[in-house]
Design a protein around this ligand. Structure first.
Ligand SMILES: C[S@@+](CC[C@H](N)C(=O)[O-])C[C@H]1O[C@@H](n2cnc3c(N)ncnc32)[C@H](O)[C@@H]1O
Length: 234
């Protein structure tokens, strides 16, 4: 596997840094959905969602295995990781739609600002950042009103198999039975994963989880305009 961002294979999981604005668009989040709600962001990565949404009154917990890293060490990693993510996207610019961002430069600016915000928030509010991994989160049943999962499931289907996806989705539904939202439903090369999505929806239905596909207001990879929602049936 190559460990640089200009090849065809992305190396280790990127610790990417999306902003609240991107989360709002990807997950169609309204102000009401953010205010006063218990929200899980898993994987949190170096996103500034937790910091920014907390400022709006949300009770956000971000979970990611990288939060086992010492805060200052991880904060320092956010910048080079963001440059790796930006380099990957810009090297494969034709795979993406840039209209939401306006330009590749604006995309880089947003991601750098998000990484900086994360790096500032991590040591200042460590209670928001919990080390943990799907498919087994260190949380009680029904800990959250809403779970958000961006750019781990489906994105890394080259190394995470269908069983992992199913276990991870069941885990999100366990800790956030009212609603979980997952985006995108394509892998990181932009390949759609209809068969995997269909298979998982059938399995989830059989296990008492209702799923739906919902169009989002955001499309970065061409065709990535859909999120998967999960809800435990009554
Ligand atoms: C591309 S980032 C996405 C971060 C953030 N959601 C965003 O959209 O900017 C993927 C993250 O998944 C994390 N990760 C890898 N394996 C994981 C697992 N089993 N459970 C939870 N997070 C995991 C990585 O550490 C990395 O931070």
């Amino acid at each position: 596997m190559m460990h640089h961002a200009d090849g065809e294979v992305l190396g280790e999981f990127l610790v990417s840094a999306r902003s609240l604005a991107e989360y709002r668009a990807m997950f169609q989040l309204s102000d009401d959905e953010l205010s006063g709600r218990r929200i899980l962001d898993c994987p949190g990565g170096a996103a500034s969602f937790a910091a920014e949404a907390a400022e709006l009154g949300a009770q956000v917990t971000a979970i990611d295995p990288i939060y086992a890293t010492a805060p200052l060490e991880l904060a320092a990693r956010a910048t080079p990781e963001t440059e790796r993510a930006v380099a990957w996207a810009h090297a494969h610019a034709d795979r993406y739609r840039w209209d939401w961002y306006g330009s590749t430069a604006r995309h880089a600016t947003i991601r750098r600002a998000a990484a900086a915000r994360f790096a500032q928030d991590l040591p200042a509010a460590p209670h928001r950042y919990l080390a943990g991994s799907l498919p087994s989160l260190p949380c009680a049943d029904d800990s959250f009103d809403l779970a958000l999962s961006s750019h781990l499931l489906f994105s890394y289907a080259d190394r995470l198999d269908a069983d992992f996806h199913l276990a991870a989705l069941l885990e999100l539904a366990r800790v956030a039975p009212t609603e979980a939202r997952v985006y995108p439903l394509l892998d990181y090369t932009g390949a759609p994963l209809h068969d995997l999505v269909d298979h998982l929806r059938t399995e989830l239905h059989d296990k008492g989880i209702e799923t739906a596909l919902r169009t989002t207001g955001y499309e970065f990879h061409h065709g990535a305009d859909t999120m998967l929602t999960l809800r435990q049936a009554d």
